[in-house]
Ligand binder design. Structure first.
Ligand code: FES
Ligand code: FE2
Length: 388
């Protein structure tokens, strides 16, 4: 998998000086925190495989804490996961010649086939810093000697708030991660969602688009804080009717809700390293967080977490129940599946690097360009072939 990534040609990169790194970041950015699994997917003593930014990783929970190492033996490079051998709680042994590593720090602590080797105690396999928060396991995909930035700089504001209850689910999507980000953040693509069961279920309004408001986005670039682009839909002029040659052919949905509650999504914001927050979605007082994590050049891990502020354990349990009884079916599988469809179609075009220069963007796509430029300015390194 790792050797098949075709990195972007220099001649193309030169053509987009203001978002060059974004075009180059086919398998993501280095030195950022990425979600890799849901906590519930890694039980005690279980060894689990995952790929992030093209790097194959193994995870294990030991006494409650998750550790992560590279799934590639330092000796002759074979994947340890090919045949898992773990002879003690804290170690993993390569099935080929018995190189044995400590999960905690990657140290080569024994070689079964050559116990007197001088490499023992001197060499180590790559380990990844791990943090677990809100039911999500994050890894820092970075350089060995880089001290990770705080996780709070790489997740959208609100996600880590103590009173934010969260529940979610994940999917593998066969498109590049950038296609995922841009589909999620795209203010004009509300057009595809008019047929979603979510519209009825929440009695929400769903316009078919909005007039071009290119100046009305906010860039968040303060030092030591998450970096993102914020688009407040609430400020936009909403479009309810779609016309062809002067005839209305498609109508948006206007809410008939009478409880006075806001019936529209109020804002979307997109944050490094590729995570969206949608406010008042899938319903008022909810926040949807979605990550588009680079896996390979044409696959991303799509993690959706729905959050709600709660004041006690009962409210938290209610929110979790609501996720499984309502949002999973109506929103994730009934709304975001439309996004997945769109991404698979986009991928047919954007899989060619040149396509990024052939697209014809319009006024309403301005926030997407701002996102690309923000990534160029604030990423902590482009994932390159040297790391794979
Ligand atoms: S390749 Fe792993 S021990 Fe030799
Ligand atoms: Fe969407």
């Amino acid at each position: 998998m790792e050797s098949t990534i075709n990195f972007v040609d220099d001649s193309l990169l030169k053509k987009v000086p203001s978002w060059r790194d974004y075009l180059a970041a086919k398998v993501g950015f280095r030195n950022h925190w990425y979600p890799i699994k849901l906590s519930r997917e890694i039980g005690e003593s279980q060894v689990v495989k995952a790929t992030v930014c093209g790097e194959n990783i193994l995870l294990k929970r030991i006494d409650g804490k998750v550790f992560a190492i590279r799934d590639r033996c330092i000796h002759r490079g074979v994947p340890l996961s090919e045949k898992l051998e773990c002879y003690s709680k804290g170690t993993i042994t390569c099935w080929y010649h018995g190189f044995t590593y400590k999960w905690e720090n990657g140290e080569l602590c024994d070689i079964l086939a050559s116990p007197d080797s001088r490499a023992i105690g001197r060499r180590s396999i790559k380990t990844y810093p791990v943090e677990e928060a809100k039911g999500v396991v994050f890894v820092f995909v970075g350089d060995i000697d880089t001290t990770p930035h705080p996780l709070s700089e790489d997740v959208p504001p609100m996600f880590l708030d103590a009173d934010m209850a969260l529940e979610g689910d994940s999917y593998m999507v066969d498109s590049n991660w950038r296609v995922g980000c841009e589909n999620g953040f795209d203010g004009l693509h509300v057009y595809i969602h008019r047929t979603s069961p979510l519209v009825n279920n929440t009695q929400r309004s769903l316009p078919i688009g909005h007039t071009a408001q290119s100046g009305k986005i906010e860039l968040l670039e303060e030092d030591g804080k998450p970096k993102g682009v914020y688009d407040a839909f609430a400020h936009h002029d909403v479009l309810w009717d779609g016309s062809v040659e002067g005839e209305v052919v498609v109508k948006g949905v206007r809410s008939n809700r009478t409880d006075g509650a806001p019936t529209r999504t109020t804002a979307a914001s997109l944050w490094l390293p590729g995570v969206l927050r949608v406010d008042d979605f899938p319903d008022q007082d909810r926040h949807q967080f979605e990550w588009y994590v680079p896996v390979t050049e044409d696959t991303h891990y799509y993690l959706i977490m729905i959050g709600k502020r709660v004041s006690n354990k009962e409210e938290e349990a209610e929110h979790v129940q609501e996720f499984w009884n309502r949002w999973k079916r109506v929103s994730l599988d009934g709304f975001n599946n439309q996004d997945i469809e769109a991404r698979l179609a986009l991928q047919k075009f954007y899989k060619r690097d040149r396509a990024w220069l052939e697209e014809i963007l319009i006024e309403g796509d301005h926030p997407i360009v701002k996102w690309r430029e923000l990534c160029h300015r604030h990423n902590r390194g482009v994932q390159s072939p040297d790391n794979l």
